[in-house]
Write a protein that binds this ligand. Structure first.
Ligand code: NAD
Length: 479
């Protein structure tokens, strides 16, 4: 049994209360590790150590900080196979996905922000008889709170810019997927990161995450997770006027026009719908199709989805692994039943898939496609965050836009069309922080990343992240 530990002040530590939570392997349904059930006392220790480390870290030159980040990236690259196996075991995602996306991207996050630390420059504005210098100083101790769907990828996406900007960090990974964060502690040790610069505290959101957010010495919170959790965090720290960056849920529209490159659109729509078992905040879960090609698209889409292989994440041929937890698996099956109850027709999937061999007790759900529901149906309004998508026909651009924008969410959207004017027109009007035209999940780490409406507050990525993790001060010097 793997015993995961907190990482505080440069050392692996047991939780002070010596209590642990069972951590399950989604593909088998069996417990394979123990996660510290940290509480306010552990959080207090971690914040104290981050606070003590803050002045020296802030005083490091950008080059020094960048060197540490590069060493952490190198550790991840060198140990990529171990990280990938851990991520797949902990999350249920196909090993091939962890190898191809999660782990390389986690290393890249550190490399990218190492380069950002090296190249970041301050601004100056020359006015009449005065020059303005803008300093962007570190905030001090910041909290990074991450979800279970892309565990190491999203954790490092926060830690790396926080460090590059000169802050010290207390991070709280998801209690469902703590394993790769635990391994990351070794990267900090091997890189020789000064004790206290990054601390990892594991445990439940209410017991470890909430006291971390509310701690008076924590100056900013970078959170990725569900909208309800994000709302609760924002409310709980409002009176302290903390900076918060919230990356939350989505119900993203994938809009397919009749003039699209059909093959490309249908293949990428399958990936956009079901990558990581549909558990990516950017997944296109509402597929809007122009009536003219609705049937043709539907039939080809369903055919391709039916060919996806669900099963043991360790098998090279597996396209879809297990869902992250029993509770989530049940939630997804309940959502499918609710969709049928409100009149949806299940075109494929719609059921759990029994695992075989070692995966007998695993939490597998067949990729599911549903049609026949109006845009206002619950299934088309609420995030399911699993392998379930709906198909919705539309008549023209105006209707597509109305349906796409007709939810409380506003994270991402994809457009499939060969008409450049239409692409520009619609991109400008879509309520989404990220619009992809004839592509999906095409990420340039320099670009703003985040959502509008109930999907997010603030943006991550590139300079946006560095701005978030710094306090601007303008100094006006008259001459
Ligand atoms: P969640 O909100 O349940 O948990 C996210 C993290 O917050 C976990 O570490 C959890 O322990 C912690 N947490 C829970 N309650 C807390 C509290 N009161 N105070 C502080 N921390 C608390 O989300 P999840 O189920 O882990 O992740 C799935 C959700 O994340 C989906 O809604 C998905 O859309 C969203 N997500 C969004 C993005 C994005 O970039 N917008 C990316 C990935 C996932």
């Amino acid at each position: 049994m793997i015993q995961i530990q907190n990482f505080i002040n440069g050392e692996f530590r047991q939780p002070l209360g010596l209590k642990y939570i069972d951590n399950f392997e989604p593909a088998t349904g069996k417990v394979f590790s123990q996660v510290p059930q940290s509480t306010v006392a552990d959080v207090g220790l971690a914040v104290e150590s981050a606070k003590a480390a803050a002045p020296a870290w802030a005083a490091c030159s950008p080059d020094e900080r960048a060197n540490y980040l590069s060493s952490i990236a190198a550790f991840i690259r060198d140990g990529a196979e171990e990280f990938a196996q851990a991520e797949s075991q902990d999350n249920g995602k196909p090993l091939s996905l962890a190898r191809g996306v999660d782990i390389p991207r986690s290393a890249l996050n550190f490399e990218f922000f190492a380069a950002a630390a090296r190249t970041k420059s301050s601004e100056s504005h020359h006015g009449e008889g005065a020059i303005n210098l803008t300093r962007r100083d570190p905030l001090g101790v910041v909290a990074c709170i991450s979800p279970w769907n892309l565990p190491l990828y999203l954790l490092t996406w926060k830690i790396a810019p926080a460090l590059a900007a000169g802050n010290t960090v207390v991070a709280k990974p998801s209690e469902l997927t703590p394993y790769t964060a635990f391994l990351l502690g070794n990267a900090f040790k091997v890189a020789g990161l000064p004790p206290g610069v990054v601390n990892l505290v594991h445990g439940y959101g209410a017991e470890a995450g909430a006291p971390l957010c509310e701690h008076p010495d924590v100056k900013a919170i970078s959170f990725t997770g569900g909208t309800a959790t994000g709302r609760g965090i924002a409310l709980s720290v409002a009176s302290q006027f903390k900076k918060v960056s919230l990356e939350m849920g989505g119900k993203n529209a994938n809009i397919v026009f009749a003039d699209c490159d059909f093959d490309e659109a249908v293949h990428t729509s399958v990936r956009a719908a079901f990558a990581n078992q549909g558990q990516i905040c950017l997944c296109g879960s509402r597929i809007l199709v122009e009536s003219e090609i609705y049937e043709q698209f539907r039939d080809r889409f369903v055919q391709l989805v039916s060919e996806l292989r669900v099963g043991d994440p360790l098998r090279a041929e597996t396209d879809q692994g297990a869902l992250v937890s029993k509770a989530h698996y049940q939630k997804v099956l309940t959502a499918i039943a609710a969709a049928e109850q409100e009149g949806g027709r299940v075109l494929c999937g719609g059921r759990s898939v029994p695992g075989d061999g070692r995966c007998e007790g695993g939490w597998f759900v067949a990729p599911t496609v549903i049609e026949g529901l109006g845009p206002q149906a619950r299934t088309n309004q609420e995030e399911i965050f699993g392998p379930v998508v709906t198909l919705i026909p539309f008549e023209d651009e105006a209707e597509a836009l109305e349906i796409a924008n007709g939810t409380n969410y506003g994270l991402a959207a994809s457009l499939w069309t060969q008409d450049l004017n239409r692409a520009h027109r619609l991109s400008a009007k879509l309520d989404a922080g990220i619009v992809w035209v004839n592509t999906w999940m095409n990420r340039d780490l320099r670009t703003p990343f985040g959502g509008m409406k109930e999907s997010g507050l603030g943006r991550e990525g590139g300079w946006e992240a560095l701005r978030f993790f710094t306090e601007a001060k303008n100094i006006c010097i008259s001459y």
